[in-house]
Design a protein around this ligand. Structure first.
Ligand SMILES: Nc1ncnc2c1ncn2[C@@H]1O[C@H](COP(=O)(O)OP(=O)(O)OP(=O)(O)O)[C@@H](O)[C@H]1O
Ligand SMILES: [Mg+2]
Length: 359
C-alpha cells in the first residue's frame, strides 16, 4: 500500500488471521494456508494483521488469478429500501458495504438519502464538507450528454479502493425537483451507470442506502436494481409498508419489462421477548417464503452506537468496530447469503454458499 493511498482513505481497518478464517473466507481455509498465501508466515513471533486488500489478494491467489485478469462486469446493485422510515436501511447498508469489503470485494456505497446518515456514519461530516452527491452526477450526466467525472465525487473509506462512497448532503433533496423536468426521468441513474461502465466496473458490488418514502430519486435507483433489498423492521407498520414496495416493483416491471426486478426481504430487529416481533416474523415466513432471506437480524444495542450526528465523530459500522459481536456476525452471514442471490463475483469466481431456501 502506498503512503498516498493510506492517507487519502478515512480508515485502514485490520483484523487477525483467525477472523479471516472464521468469518470471512469461503470456502474455508486454515490459518497455516492463510499465512502462506499472504506471505505472513509464522516463526518470527509477530502477530500478523490483515486488511481487506489482503483478503482480496489471498482469494485471487487461492483461485490462481491476478487482478489484471479479472473479468469485469457491471456490478450488481444492492438497494436497501423500504417506504417506511427507521427500519434499518442505513444500518444494513453500512454493515453490508463493510462486510463485502472485508470479504475482499471492491465495494462502492452510494448515499441516496439527503439526511446523509450513511455519509456521517462512514466518518464524513455532511454538514461542513464539500460534497458532490449522486444528484450532482445525474445533472452532469444530462448536461454533458453522458460524460461524468464520477471519480471526483468518490471518497475512499478504506485504503486501496476496497470501500468507497459517493456521499450525500441535504442538498440532495433538490434532485426530485430537477428530475421532474427531465425526459425519461426514471432512468437517469440507470443510464448514468451504463454510460460510465468503465468507472463502475472497477467495483464488484454497489450498495445503495435509499431514503424512505417514494420519490423520483428512489424510483431511479429501483429501476437500476434487479433485486431490491427490502429492510423490514419486525412490526405491524412494516407489514403494511412492504406491499407498497412490492407494488412499486410491479409498476417498474410493467413499465420496463427488460428491467425485471424482484425483492429480497431482510427481517430486522427481531426480539423473542416482543410478541409483535415474533408475530411479524411469522407473517413474513407465511406470506413471502421465497423472498424472505434466511438470516434474521436480531435487535442488538451495538447498532445504536454506530450512529453519528452531523459533525460528530463516527468510526464506521459494527462489522468494522466490533468484529466479534453478534451484530457483526449476523451482518457477515447476511452478506455471505447475498453473494449468490445478487451474483456478486470476485475475479469471475462465484463464491456463494448454496441457499438453503427452497425456491
Ligand atoms: N437490528 C437492530 N437492533 C437494534 N437497533 C437497530 C437495529 N437496526 C437498526 N437499529 C437502530 O434503529 C434506528 C434506525 O435505524 P436506521 O437509521 O438504520 O434506519 P433507516 O431505515 O435507515 O432510517 P431512515 O428511514 O430514517 O433513513 C437507529 O437508531 C439504529 O441504530
Ligand atoms: Mg437511513
Amino acid at each position: 500500500m502506498s503512503e498516498t493511498q493510506a492517507v487519502s482513505a478515512l480508515r485502514d481497518p485490520t483484523f487477525r488471521g483467525k477472523f479471516v478464517c472464521d468469518a470471512l473466507v469461503w470456502p474455508s481455509i486454515s490459518l497455516h494456508i492463510l499465512k502462506k498465501l499472504t506471505g505472513k508466515e509464522t516463526g518470527d513471533g509477530a502477530r500478523h494483521v490483515y486488511r481487506p486488500a489482503d483478503v482480496r489478494k489471498l482469494k485471487l491467489a487461492q483461485y490462481e488469478n491476478e487482478e489484471s485478469s479479472v473479468n469485469r462486469k457491471p456490478p450488481p446493485v444492492v438497494n436497501c429500501r423500504m417506504a417506511k422510515g427507521g427500519t434499518g436501511k442505513t444500518t444494513v447498508a453500512a454493515n453490508l458495504g463493510t462486510a463485502f469489503s472485508f470479504m475482499g470485494y471492491k465495494t462502492l456505497m452510494i448515499d441516496a438519502d439527503p439526511q446523509a446518515s450513511l455519509t456521517n456514519m462512514m466518518g464524513i461530516d455532511a454538514s461542513s464538507e464539500d460534497i458532490t452527491h449522486i444528484g450532482h452526477l445525474m445533472e452532469q450526466f444530462v448536461g454533458n450528454k453522458g460524460h461524468v467525472d464520477v471519480a471526483s465525487a468518490v471518497r475512499n473509506v478504506f485504503s486501496e479502493g476496497m470501500l468507497d462512497i459517493i456521499p450525500a448532503d441535504i442538498t440532495l433533496t433538490n434532485a426530485d425537483g430537477w428530475l421532474m423536468n427531465q425526459m425519461q426521468r426514471e432512468t437517469v441513474f440507470d443510464r448514468l451507470l451504463v454510460s460510465n461502465k468503465d468507472f463502475f466496473e472497477q467495483y464488484d458490488v454497489i450498495v445503495v442506502d435509499s431514503a424512505p418514502g417514494t420519490s423520483l430519486l428512489s424510483m431511479n435507483i429501483m429501476v437500476a436494481t434487479r433485486t431490491q433489498l427490502a429492510v423490514c423492521w419486525l412490526d405491524r407498520e412494516n407489514l403494511k409498508a412492504l406491499p407498497i414496495l412490492l407494488g412499486n416493483v410491479d409498476e417498474i416491471n410493467a413499465a420496463y419489462p427488460n428491467h425485471a426486478s424482484d425483492v429480497e426481504i431482510v427481517a430486522n430487529g427481531y426480539s423473542a421477548i416482543y410478541k409483535q416481533s415474533k408475530e411479524a416474523l411469522e407473517v413474513l415466513v407465511a406470506k413471502y417464503p421465497h423472498q424472505l432471506n434466511e438470516n434474521v437480524i436480531q435487535q442488538f444495542s451495538g447498532f445504536h452506537r454506530q450512529q453519528a450526528l452531523p459533525g460528530g465523530e463516527c468510526k464506521g459500522a459494527v462489522v468494522e468496530q466490533d468484529q466479534s459481536s453478534p451484530g457483526a456476525k449476523a451482518m457477515l452471514d447476511l452478506a455471505k447469503s447475498l453473494l449468490g442471490r445478487y451474483k456478486i463475483t470476485l475475479a469471475g469466481f462465484d463464491e456463494s454458499i448454496p441457499s438453503t431456501r427452497g425456491n
